[in-house]
Design a protein around this ligand. Structure first.
Ligand SMILES: Cc1cc2nc3c(=O)[nH]c(=O)nc-3n(C[C@H](O)[C@H](O)[C@H](O)COP(=O)(O)OP(=O)(O)OC[C@H]3O[C@@H](n4cnc5c(N)ncnc54)[C@H](O)[C@@H]3O)c2cc1C
Length: 444
């Protein structure tokens, strides 16, 4: 049987390679370092963690825990390496990055079914099953090739992620439903609008101007992203009124409580495929996460907001996944090509590992002539795939795993547990793991 080719020996690529070898198939793993490096990697090790050493929460019944638990049950090599490399980190799975990368490198190097080639891939072969897992810092030549085969609109180079808040933490006695000039896309009022009076707006701008920013991981982030997509604190720096003519413009909106246009507005948009959550439109920013929580709670209606995701801007190469990929992470136009990791439109270490595992398993099924078996929608893995292949392709933003990606509980259970969020989350996790066990029982 022909070998499967995997481009990129990072988190997704190594997990994919290992899953393929575990299933008894052979593969070639291409890693360009040390021949060519990236702006963030420092070593020639496989699966180098480029920034924090945290694989997020291990608190039982949290969404990041659920994703890790599913990966453990599916025999993820990288989760096993993380366990070996674990260092104390409270509720989080934090690792010694050197031990982690050494464990993964050794597992790949010593596996007779995996051939590691230290070279830059610049094209995607037409005669083999290929998994593209070259990450957010994909080399230029390959990025051009990906742009060519996906169409030039299919590839992004920057993440400009807006924060997301939980729907039931928004104060609906303040935020009002309306779309600008009453122009709703589907006959309903598309947005929730948080209205400011002048004093509230001035206080908000002061807070933005004094905010603590995240230092850039990569020097070019500081220079290039500003022109591509402005963070709100930078817009505020360009003049106290500038936000009112940009993402906070109140034109075409009437606050029903005062019967006229507010001084400024923050618009919240419900995300397609994200149940129970709203995106702060145009609020990409470069502030530290605790600063974002503090400052965005100054927005009228968001005083008690619970944040599911914070805003970010950084260099990130990723495809417009919903326009291009199916739920098995295959390119619709070329099903022999899979995408995994950050380039497939997910965000985060564990999400990258997860998509590597999924693509690796599906590549095995394809190579073996078996039908491809998507993970159940109720699992965190299935929900990630549903998001990347089914979200709104206009203005697509990569996702971390959060509960709003998982399907809602049935109405009766929701009603029964409506006052107990912890119990609802525990039920979502129980349902996901049950479904996963059902899947494993059939497909192992
Ligand atoms: C600067 C930065 C900081 C980040 N910090 C965090 C964080 O703290 N926490 C978090 O959860 N996520 C973080 N992320 C996001 C993401 O989780 C990580 O980038 C993660 O490593 C992605 O995994 P991956 O497998 O998709 O890519 P990577 O782990 O980057 O692996 C891709 C591999 O492909 C190789 N490669 C690239 N082009 C080619 C080519 N043409 N041929 C052959 N090899 C190639 C690269 O050298 C690399 O080894 C960060 C991203 C960036 C850019």
């Amino acid at each position: 049987m022909a070998r499967i080719h995997i481009l990129g020996g990072g988190l997704a690529g190594c997990e994919a390679a290992w899953q393929i070898a575990r299933a008894g198939l052979n593969c070639v793993l291409y890693e360009m370092r040390p021949v060519r490096s990236t702006a963030a990697h420092k070593t020639d090790r496989l699966a180098e963690l480029v920034c924090s050493n945290s694989l997020k929460s291990e608190s039982e019944n949290s969404a990041p825990w659920l994703l890790k638990e599913e990966l453990r049950r599916l025999d993820s090599m990288l989760l096993q390496a993380a366990q070996t490399a674990r260092v104390p980190g409270g509720q989080a799975l934090t690792v010694d990055r050197e031990i982690f990368a050494a464990e993964v490198s050794q597992a790949i190097d010593t596996n007779p079914r995996i051939e590691l080639r230290r070279e830059e891939s610049v094209s995607i072969r037409e005669d083999a099953i290929t998994i593209v897992a070259t990450g957010p810092l994909t080399s230029g030549a390959l990025a051009e090739e990906i742009a060519r085969i996906t169409g030039s609109d299919g590839l992004y180079f920057y993440d400009s992620i807006s924060p997301i808040v939980e729907a039931d933490s928004i104060d609906l006695s303040i935020a009002f439903r309306a779309s600008r000039y009453g122009k709703s896309m589907d006959g309903s009022d598309d947005y929730l609008n948080c209205p400011f009076d002048r004093e509230q707006y001035e206080r908000f701008v002061d807070a933005l101007l004094a905010a603590d920013a995240v230092p850039a991981h990569i020097p070019e982030d500081q220079t290039r992203f500003f022109e591509a997509c402005l963070p709100i604190e930078e817009i505020a720096r360009r003049g106290r009124e500038t936000l009112r003519f940009g993402p906070m413009k109140p034109m075409g909106l009437v606050d029903p409580r005062i019967g006229r246009r507010p001084y400024a507005v923050v618009q919240l948009r419900q995300e397609n495929l994200r149940a129970d959550s709203y995106n702060l439109v145009g609020f990409q920013n470069h502030m530290r996460f605790p600063e974002q929580a503090r400052i965005f709670r100054l927005i009228p209606g968001l005083e008690r907001a619970e944040f599911l995701r914070y805003g970010q801007i950084h260099r990130n190469t990723y495809i417009n996944a919903p326009a291009l990929l199916g739920p098995t992470l295959q390119l619709r136009a070329r099903p022999e090509v899979f995408f995994a990791g950050q380039i497939s439109g997910v965000e985060g270490y564990v999400e990258s590992i997860a998509t590597g595992l999924i693509a690796g398993r599906h590549a095995v099924e394809l190579a073996s002539g078996e039908p491809l078996r998507p993970f159940p929608r109720e699992t965190a893995l299935g929900s990630l795939c549903t998001y990347v292949s089914g979200a709104d392709p206009h203005n697509y933003q990569p996702a971390n795993i959060t509960f709003d990606l998982l399907p809602q509980l049935d109405e009766e259970t929701r009603q029964r547990l409506r006052h107990d969020k912890k119990a609802r989350h525990a039920e979502v996790c129980r349902r996901a793991l049950d479904k996963l066990e059902g899947y494993r029982a059939v497909y192992a």
